[in-house]
Design a protein around this ligand. Structure first.
Ligand SMILES: C[S@@+](CC[C@H](N)C(=O)[O-])C[C@H]1O[C@@H](n2cnc3c(N)ncnc32)[C@H](O)[C@@H]1O
Length: 211
């Protein structure tokens, strides 16, 4: 990050997320980048988890995975990253329980002409699956963009699902710019407050049902 970017304070939605993640992530942690894109979040997460940690980075576009691969190799972080060419809704096929954090940076690959974007149904499914995999006090950080086609449905589906989660199990926090109009980006932070004893995860089970 150059000086100008780092000086933007709360204008920079990613900087807010990163300062919190930096505080809570420890060497050896296992984390997810659910939308690898150009690899900037993957690099940030790989730096946070150190040499003994691991980042599982998902994307469904070859162009994104190639960009991320190039960036992590350039930064000397490739050993800490597992790149996965799959939809993030399939996360439980690839990653085990006990994640310290997961980052979703929704929308389209920057510089790709918006031809492929994250979608309401797969995004909500991916968040549901990630809720099971996150450890106690683990964090899911989601940045939601609302300016492109399909983004409104995605935003509404996420808010509707997350608003129903049990407050005992999860704290769900929304950060939104009140003075930037209806299509400005916003973020959501979810913390798993406690681990449910005898939890037996299934793709069908809704983590919010014992509210
Ligand atoms: C806004 S970009 C991510 C930016 C990225 N985190 C970075 O630091 O550059 C969104 C990415 O999500 C990816 N994506 C879209 N649908 C997806 C899905 N179902 N599973 C995984 N990735 C997906 C897109 O291909 C795109 O690269």
């Amino acid at each position: 990050m150059n000086k100008r970017q780092s000086d933007r304070g709360i204008q920079d939605i990613q900087a807010i997320a990163r300062s919190y993640l930096k505080k809570i992530l420890k060497p050896g942690d296992i984390v997810i980048d659910a939308t690898a894109g150009r690899g900037r979040d993957t690099v940030f997460l790989a730096e946070c988890v150190g040499e003994s940690g691991k980042v599982f980075a998902f994307d469904i576009q070859e162009e994104a995975l190639l960009s991320t691969k190039e960036l992590i190799e350039k930064q000397g972080l490739a050993e800490r990253v597992v790149l996965i060419a799959a939809c993030h809704s399939e996360i439980r096929k690839y990653v085990a329980d006990g994640l310290a954090a997961a980052v979703f940076n929704l929308g389209y690959l920057p510089g790709s002409g918006k031809k492929l974007t994250t979608k309401a149904d797969t995004t909500v499914k991916a968040v549901v699956e990630t809720l099971y995999l996150i450890r106690e006090n683990g964090i899911i950080f989601i940045t939601v963009y609302r300016g492109h086609s399909g983004s409104r449905e995605e935003s509404e589906a996420l808010l509707s699902f997350l608003s129903e989660l049990s407050k005992k199990e999860f704290s769900v926090f929304q950060g939104i710019y009140l003075n930037q109009g209806e299509t400005s980006p916003y973020w959501i932070m979810i913390q798993k407050n406690r681990r449910i004893i005898n939890e037996s995860p299934s793709a069908e089970k809704n983590p919010g049902t014992d509210k």
